[in-house]
Design a protein around this ligand. Structure first.
Ligand code: GLN
Ligand code: ZN
Length: 762
């Protein structure tokens, strides 16, 4: 019985790669220094997997930035503007594509499926010439071999690579990217041949796009591509790895029918129907099935007994010697090593497994299947699972009851949105095209230091409150001077929009080193939701009422919504996600009502991450949207008509979920709109009825560039052409936290001037 790992985090247990990269980028260390840190990380990861007993150890899952960009380098698909002259791609060209350089912006980055990892989108067109230009896969294979470790080189498969690409600038949007297959396959053949010559006996192609609902012609491309590669691949064991969801029956049949392929990897965690599929459709005899039973997307210890029974069920169909125990996807999406968690208590720690621990779990399962069960390991695991089930820290019966009561019922505000907006306007008395911001103001070094010192108990609570109060008062004065209509307090007390709430809610735990790569050197540290969620006391009322007391203008209360808290955390896996979401919704509901009682008339509930939780399989999307939108409505169904509920979303591509957004029934929505007005406006041009207030961001806060008054006025005018004047709001794209005050002052001055200019013309 064999074991396999799909991929492993690159950042290192203490983010060693991040610091090495950033120091290199800052010119503080050399390329050699960076390469040394990278090589040390690779070697320690390989050695760790080898000593854990893993049979199929991946190589080439390391990356200096991103594995899709690595594939672009392998294929020599560098966009011409980066001025690459051919030859092996070096750091200069590579990092220019990844991060831009003094004269050129970076290539576009987008989300990797439904994870929080972002990849660099290849830009391809009909004239592109591919050439084998990065030997990284072969180099890393040889590097491991020199350490005495036999590995499985991992490469993004040719079809997924093309399906994840976009037409280059100037190329027709309808350009068929798959038509480039014939051109990239020769490079793949060169790589494969070189790997064979270097002694590789296995190769893994990641083809995760197989879990998307692909049309027949796209599935056909897989059949064609692997048939074309068949003769080059002969003599090698070829694994095609899929992950993040189950496959449609058609995709499954296409995959298992591919020529030249000897093994197939499936996600048995998110792919809840995978087991049924294998049993009902069957599995080709003589081929290997890599069963991803250890969750690569979460931090929970595996329920080994449950995994064993899944594996046992597969054994019947696949055969004992053809079943390989694996992870559900690359471990890139989980934290690195539990060993470095010094602040979590032992009980919670016993429930967790990070990447390093998951490697051990995979091996233990493989051994158990082979009849060499490590009884000690299994009984410790069973004890931990049992303690998690019965711990009073996990279960709060009152919360369970309250959340259960929500299911199946509807929660809506009594009056419809236009009646509410009228009632609100009587109280708020806002001008047309009202101006506001999204919440945060610049987070200065001083501010970060004050929060840090308070956390470390280096300053007293009194000193802390005084410092934050001063900051709020500065931000309020500034907004009054700028003549903004609906103010914010600036969020100076918040380090992060999820962590701030998680720290005050029951059921959340925080790690010190549980970092997960988001893009390049950037990592996030998601909170862990381990138990029923409740709110012991008000979380924001103190600061919001303080801020409101400083001004006669309306002050927005500022909350993070339940779906966003859920989607940006490691969520418990012992109950459905929607149940956890409902619990958070109830906690936020209490907060909303407390803010209202304290006299806050406008409350913003951010749902920045609602869209990204959308399941990959279309068949699951309606259900998700239903409970996600319901959760949002739960938070504010109890407020009076005159309380204005805002929400904010961080993406402009919501055309496909516009009806769900309308169903959220917020009074005002502010949305990101930085790249183009077209996409968003096209929804309304197509006749979607939108009666609530809407503020499509009028400038991009992600850039230091200051937009001029004319430019902003121009954008507002474009929106006025499709939207009613009385529902349009004027605001930036997102929070201002990463900007400098000089930029914020200038940009907001122009924004308010643009709103006033248009008011005078209407
Ligand atoms: N209120 C938050 C802020 O302004 C929203 C951030 C976000 O949308 N990501 O920072
Ligand atoms: Zn945002």
């Amino acid at each position: 019985m064999a074991s396999h790992i799909v991929g492993y985090p690159r950042m290192g247990p203490k983010r060693e790669l991040k610091f090495a990269l950033e120091s290199f980028w800052d010119g503080k260390s050399s390329a050699e220094d960076l390469k040394k840190v990278a090589a040390d990380l690779r070697s320690s990861i390989w050695k760790q997997m080898a000593s854990a007993g893993i049979k199929y150890i991946p190589s080439n899952t390391f990356s200096y930035y991103d594995q899709v960009l690595d594939t672009t380098a392998m294929l020599g698909a560098v966009p011409p503007r980066y001025g690459w002259a051919g030859g092996e791609i070096e750091f200069g060209t590579y990092f220019s594509m990844a991060r831009g350089n003094a004269s050129l912006p970076a290539m576009e980055m987008t989300k990797w499926f439904d994870t929080n990892y972002h990849f660099i989108v290849p830009e391809l067109g009909p004239d592109i010439k591919f050439s084998y230009s990065s030997h990284k896969a072969v180099d890393e294979y040889k590097e491991a071999k020199a350490l005495g470790i036999e590995t499985v080189p991992v490469i993004i498969g040719p079809v997924s690579y093309l399906l994840l690409s976009k037409p280059a600038k100037g190329v027709e949007k309808s350009f068929p990217l798959l038509s480039l297959l014939d051109k990239i396959l020769p490079v793949y053949k060169e790589v494969v041949s070189e790997l064979k010559a270097a002694g590789a006996s296995w190769i893994q192609f990641d083809e995760p796009t197989l879990v998307l609902d692909l049309e027949a012609e796209k599935l056909q491309a897989f059949t064609g591509a692997y048939a074309e590669l068949e003769s080059t691949l002969s003599g090698l064991n070829v694994l095609i790895e899929t992950y993040f969801a189950d496959l449609s029956a058609d995709a499954y049949k296409t995959l298992t029918g591919l020529k030249g392929v000897t093994a197939f990897g499936f996600d048995f965690v998110r792919g809840t129907k995978t087991l049924d599929l294998v049993k009902s459709v069957g599995f080709p005899s003589g081929k290997y099935l890599f069963a991803g039973v250890v969750d690569g997307r979460n931090i929970w210890a595996n329920d080994l007994t449950a995994s064993l029974s899944t594996l046992a069920a597969l054994e019947g169909t696949v055969g004992k010697d053809k079943l390989v125990v694996s992870t559900s996807c690359s471990l890139l999406h989980t934290a690195v090593d539990l060993v470095n968690e010094t602040k979590l208590d032992d009980e919670i720690k016993s429930w967790l497994a990070f990447a390093a621990q998951k490697v051990v779990e995979v091996h233990a399962l493989a051994k158990a299947l082979a009849g060499q069960k490590d009884e000690g390991f299994f009984s410790a695991n069973a004890a931990a699972q049992a303690s998690r089930k019965s711990s009073p820290r996990v279960t709060n019966e009152a919360v369970q009851k309250a959340a259960a009561a929500l299911k199946g019922s509807d929660h809506r505000r009594a009056a419809n949105v236009s009646a509410r907006l009228d009632a609100q306007q009587k109280k708020l008395n806002l001008p047309i095209l009202p101006t506001t911001t999204i919440g945060s103001f610049p987070q200065t070094m001083d501010l970060r230091r004050v929060r840090r010192e308070y956390k470390a108990k280096k300053i007293t609570e009194e000193e802390y409150v005084k410092a934050i109060k001063e900051e709020i008062s500065k931000v309020v004065k500034l907004q009054e001077e700028l003549d903004i209509d609906v103010l914010v307090h600036g969020e100076p007390e918040r380090n992060d929009m999820v962590e701030y709430f998680g720290e005050q809610l029951q059921g959340f735990a925080f790690t010190v080193n549980g970092w997960v790569q988001s893009y390049g050197s950037r990592c996030v540290k998601p909170p862990i939701i381990y138990g029923d969620v409740s709110r012991p006391k008000a979380m924001t009322v103190f600061w919001s009422s303080m801020a409101q007391s400083m001004t006669s203008r309306p002050m927005k209360g500022m909350l993070t919504g339940p779906v966003t808290i859920l989607n940006w955390s490691f969520v418990r896996n012992d109950q459905p996600r929607f149940e956890t979401c409902y619990q958070i919704a109830l906690a936020i509901k209490d907060e909303v009502e407390d803010l209202e009682k304290a006299g806050i008339q406008v409350i913003q509930i951010d749902e920045a991450a609602l869209r990204e939780g959308l399941p990959l399989r279309k068949s699951e999307q309606a259900f998700y949207l239903e409970w996600a939108v319901h959760s949002f409505r739960i938070t504010n169904c109890g407020v009076s008509d005159t309380t204005q509920i805002h929400t904010h979303m961080c993406y402009s591509n919501f055309n496909d979920i516009i009806h769900s957004i309308i169903d959220m029934d917020a009074d005002v929505i502010t949305i990101e709109n930085s790249r183009s007005d077209e996409k968003l406006l096209s929804v309304f041009r197509e006749g979607v009825k939108y009666g609530a207030g809407i503020g499509p961001g009028v400038y991009d806060i992600h850039s230091p560039r200051i937009p001029s008054t004319e430019e902003i006025a121009d954008r507002i005018n474009k929106m006025l052409a499709v939207l009613e004047t009385n529902i349009l709001w004027v605001n930036p794209d997102c929070g201002l936290k990463t900007r400098k005050y000089a930029e914020v002052n200038a940009a907001l001055t122009n924004m308010v001037a643009a709103a006033k200019l248009l008011r005078s013309q209407l």
